[in-house]
Write a protein that binds this ligand. Structure first.
Ligand code: ZN
Length: 251
């Protein structure tokens, strides 16, 4: 049963077809890991905390810097120097005291992923580097966890749902792929683009948690310069070093 306050708090989303009180109660039972509390993780956290996901597990090892503030809008100038994950936890609980939020003040590594993954229904990769993306993808493939992966740089952003029955991140971005792409600190990043992409990650997350079927082979890309969206179909790669193209649909 939802309380009167919960009816008020979540009323506008519960009005939507396919959501309702049942969907809201379902979200309260879910646990989601958000890895990276930067430009992608901040809007994703705001939407998921606001929507009433029962338990959020936050992972980030960075401290807040002044250069984060133009796009990471839950933080304040007076917070510079403090661990982001603790600031994010406090902010989320001040937005929605109904939920549980746990903070892990460290970068994602195999150990923390092995600890967290059995606890969660879904993982959001909101990190800003290829090495972390591969690490998180590998852990999710091993544990057969749903993953919503995203990236943004300059005016470009992209996102995709990676589910056990579809291609994994390494299927189309091999781990031995040469040069590491530039990060935000070299190439810059437009605040509205990274915020939009992080927000859409949470949209895919909510749809998945409400039981909607997500497309497992689609990569969505936004170019903020031309203002065009494009969509690519990805195929499982039989030579993938991680999943080898073997998926549920194969057996
Ligand atoms: Zn793969």
């Amino acid at each position: 049963m939802l309380s009167d306050n919960q009816f008020l708090r979540y009323g506008r989303q519960m009005l939507m077809p396919g959501w309702g009180e049942g969907g809201q109660r379902q979200l309260a039972q879910k646990s989601v890991a958000i890895i990276g509390l930067g430009g992608l993780g901040v809007p994703a956290l705001a939407n998921l905390a606001g929507s009433g996901i029962g338990r959020l597990l936050l992972v980030d090892g960075d401290s807040l810097s002044l250069s984060n503030l133009h796009r990471q809008w839950i933080y304040r100038a007076s917070d510079v120097g403090q661990p982001k994950v603790q600031l994010a936890r406090r902010w989320a609980l001040s937005l929605n005291p109904d939920i549980r939020v746990e903070a892990f003040a460290q970068m994602a590594d195999e150990l923390v992923l092995e600890t967290l993954l059995p606890e969660v229904d879904l993982v959001l990769d909101c990190t800003d580097n290829l090495a972390s993306r591969h690490l998180i993808n590998a852990a999710c493939v091993r544990r057969r966890k749903a993953l919503i992966s995203a990236a943004a740089i300059g005016w470009q952003g992209q996102l995709q749902a990676i589910l056990p029955q579809g291609p994994c991140f390494a299927c189309f971005c091999p781990t031995d792929q040469g040069a590491t792409p530039q990060g935000c600190s070299e190439a810059g990043v437009a605040a509205p683009v990274v915020s939009a992409i992080g927000s859409l990650q949470s949209a895919l997350a909510l749809k998945h948690l409400l039981g909607e079927t997500l497309e497992t082979d689609q990569l969505y890309r936004f170019d903020g310069q031309s203002f065009h969206w494009s969509q690519f179909t990805l195929a499982p790669n039989p030579d993938c070093s991680l999943c080898g193209g073997h998926h549920e649909s194969d057996h």
